[in-house]
Ligand binder design. Structure first.
Ligand code: NAP
Length: 301
């Protein structure tokens, strides 16, 4: 079974964090992850297991970040995972229908009841995270520790511009996702959509459209140029792209997605590439991309 193969390779190569969500394959992803941990007798203390809550069931009461869904949702996740606790539970997106105090109280409750070690946010704005932090401090509750944010060569603003302030002021780190922009930053879409790629899946029609759009074509041209940098560093494009995410000091962890062992082994090679991303290389990459966010420090009066 592919999931077990992938997890074995990852674990044996020093990966310790495995991320899932109640919504992934409607709960099946958590069941599979839990079964593998059990079957392989992996030591719980050697693992960081994270899940995300928001889209639970069909009913109105089974979604969002109400106290009810946070508590019931996590109970469901723990049952599927066959675990006593997760290490980080993430609010999978903000919920404008639930008062922040209710969310922070519910997250504090599940931590105090031993169902999770920490809590984090996902797809929240810096303002929303700051609000959660303030509410936690005001009522002596537990603040979030990290934000799951999309971060890759073509998506930089939030992680490079908005989140560093939180990292420096309140210590909230980034767990980044889609380092390859769902597979775009591999070069495999250069000449169309290969069979059995993610963009060929029915549920990923939006990805296909994105790749075939004018913007998508422009991205492919940039990727071609980036390939030359990868060649100079004796690595592959995915390895360069992942190492580039890791080089950011605010990024605590880069979540990888892979469909087979070859991809995973290739992508894990990014660790060796990390020291090769010098300031000089990073600036060459910036020149090709032309999307380096203007930081306040660069601002000249
Ligand atoms: N918080 C959130 O809202 C959120 C959202 C998205 C993801 N995430 C988390 O982040 C994780 C990673 O996201 P992601 O899967 O989008 O990451 P990604 O690295 O951008 O894309 C992974 C996909 O790219 C393709 N790929 C990867 N390595 C490759 C290689 N070396 N050569 C060719 N193709 C390669 C594979 O798809 P194919 O082979 O099928 O083409 C693979 O499934 C997820 O599993 C999830 O845990 C969180």
């Amino acid at each position: 079974n592919v999931a077990e193969q992938l997890m074995t390779i990852a674990y044996e190569n020093g990966v310790n964090l495995f991320d899932t969500a109640e919504v992934y394959s409607a709960g099946k992803a958590e069941i599979i992850l839990g079964n593998i941990i059990k079957k392989k007798c992996l030591r719980r203390s050697s693992l960081v297991i994270t899940t995300k809550l928001y889209w639970g069931g069909k009913a109105e009461t089974e979604r969002g970040l109400s106290r009810k869904h946070i508590i019931e949702g996590l109970k469901g996740s723990l049952q599927r995972l066959q675990l006593e606790y997760v290490d980080v539970v993430f609010a999978n997106r903000p919920d404008s229908n639930t008062p922040m105090e209710e969310i922070v109280r519910a997250m504090t409750h599940i931590i105090n009841h031993g169902m999770s070690m920490y809590w984090g946010t996902s797809r929240w704005s810096a303002m929303e995270i700051m609000e959660a932090y303030s509410v936690a401090r005001q009522f002596n509750l537990i603040p979030p520790v990290c934000e799951q944010a999309e971060y890759h060569l073509f998506q930089r603003d939030k992680v490079e511009m908005q989140l560093p302030e939180l990292y420096h002021k309140i210590g909230v780190g980034v767990v980044s996702w889609s380092p390859l922009a769902c597979g775009i930053i591999t070069g495999k879409y250069e000449n169309g959509i290969p069979e059995s790629s993610r963009a060929s899946l029915k549920s990923y029609q939006w990805l296909k459209e994105k790749i075939l759009s004018e913007d998508g074509r422009k991205q492919q041209a940039k990727l071609k140029e980036l390939t030359h940098i990868a060649e100079k560093l004796s690595c592959t494009l995915p390895q360069l792209a992942i190492a580039w995410c890791l080089r950011n000091e605010g990024v605590s962890s880069v979540l990888l997605g892979t469909s087979n062992p070859a991809q995973l082994t290739e992508n894990l090679g990014a660790i060796q590439v990390l020291p090769k991303i010098t300031a000089h290389v990073a600036s060459d990459i910036d020149k090709i991309l032309g999307n380096r966010p203007q930081s306040k420090k660069d601002y000249h009066h």
